[in-house]
Design a protein around this ligand. Structure first.
Ligand code: SF4
Ligand code: SF4
Length: 228
């Protein structure tokens, strides 16, 4: 997903993915099914942000089917040309498009995490595939977007979350109440999982605003024993 979004961010008007025939993958992981499901999800996300989903296509062929590859690519190029330049054809301002694509790229881990099961499915018919992700589901994914927040009243500055965060989105240190930089957070949920249950300081919020972070000057942790 990240590669596709990067291609659009770099000004490509369309992205074509070619994969081995379904059920003929050399690996037990059947990565071509995963790629197909990823495309189905991303096409819905493109619709959500106002882009024509036909700008993204996946086709399957064997290494011996050069003619099929040529046919598919030519038909895709024809389609993309008929759609016109990315964003411009959809009436989205260039700067706005950049912002929307950057936001979606940042959310890729979240999209994957929330759709893990469906991304691993192996559906047989086009009809089933078409219904794998509905637009309503995707709209809900955005309206009920999850955020993580560290409760300053509970954080004990153990630094576990800071060490495990894959996006360096947690600001803290020894004896410092930790805070999450929401601009950097990729919503992976690791901090929520690893915060020791006896502290349970990380809150998972769904579709609600995140409280503002504790000001820098108030982040020094005053331990109860020391207070006495
Ligand atoms: S959810 Fe937590 S661990 Fe994951 S990126 Fe955000 S702050 Fe870091
Ligand atoms: S793991 Fe929990 S208690 Fe430890 S620093 Fe992070 S939020 Fe605070």
């Amino acid at each position: 997903m990240a590669f596709v979004l990067r291609a659009f961010s770099n000004g490509m008007d369309g992205v074509f993915i070619g994969g081995c025939r379904l059920n003929e993958c050399n690996y037990v992981t059947h990565g071509n099914y995963h790629a197909l499901n990823m495309v189905l999800l991303l096409r819905r996300i493109m619709e959500h942000i106002g882009l024509n989903p036909e700008r993204l296509r996946i086709e399957f062929m064997s290494g011996a089917e050069a003619n099929l590859f040529v046919e598919d690519v030519n038909s895709f190029v024809k389609k993309v040309k008929s759609l016109g330049p990315l964003g411009e054809a959809e009436g989205i301002d260039r700067q706005e498009l950049k912002v929307r694509l950057a936001e979606m790229s940042k959310l890729v881990p979240y999209f994957k995490l929330m759709n893990q099961e469906k991304l691993g499915s192996r559906l047989k018919t086009d009809e089933e595939r078409e219904g794998l992700f509905t637009q309503e589901e995707i709209d809900k994914l955005f309206s009920e977007m999850v955020s993580y927040y560290i409760d300053p009243e509970k954080c004990q500055a153990c630094m576990t979350c800071l060490r495990r965060c894959p996006a360096e989105a947690i600001v803290g240190g020894k004896n410092k109440i930790h805070v999450i930089d929401q601009d950097k957070c990729i919503k992976c949920g690791t901090c929520f999982e690893v915060c020791p249950p006896r502290f349970a300081s990380v809150k998972k919020l769904s579709g609600e605003p995140v409280p503002p972070p504790l000001p820098e000057e108030k982040r020094t942790l005053v331990r109860k024993a020391k207070e006495k």
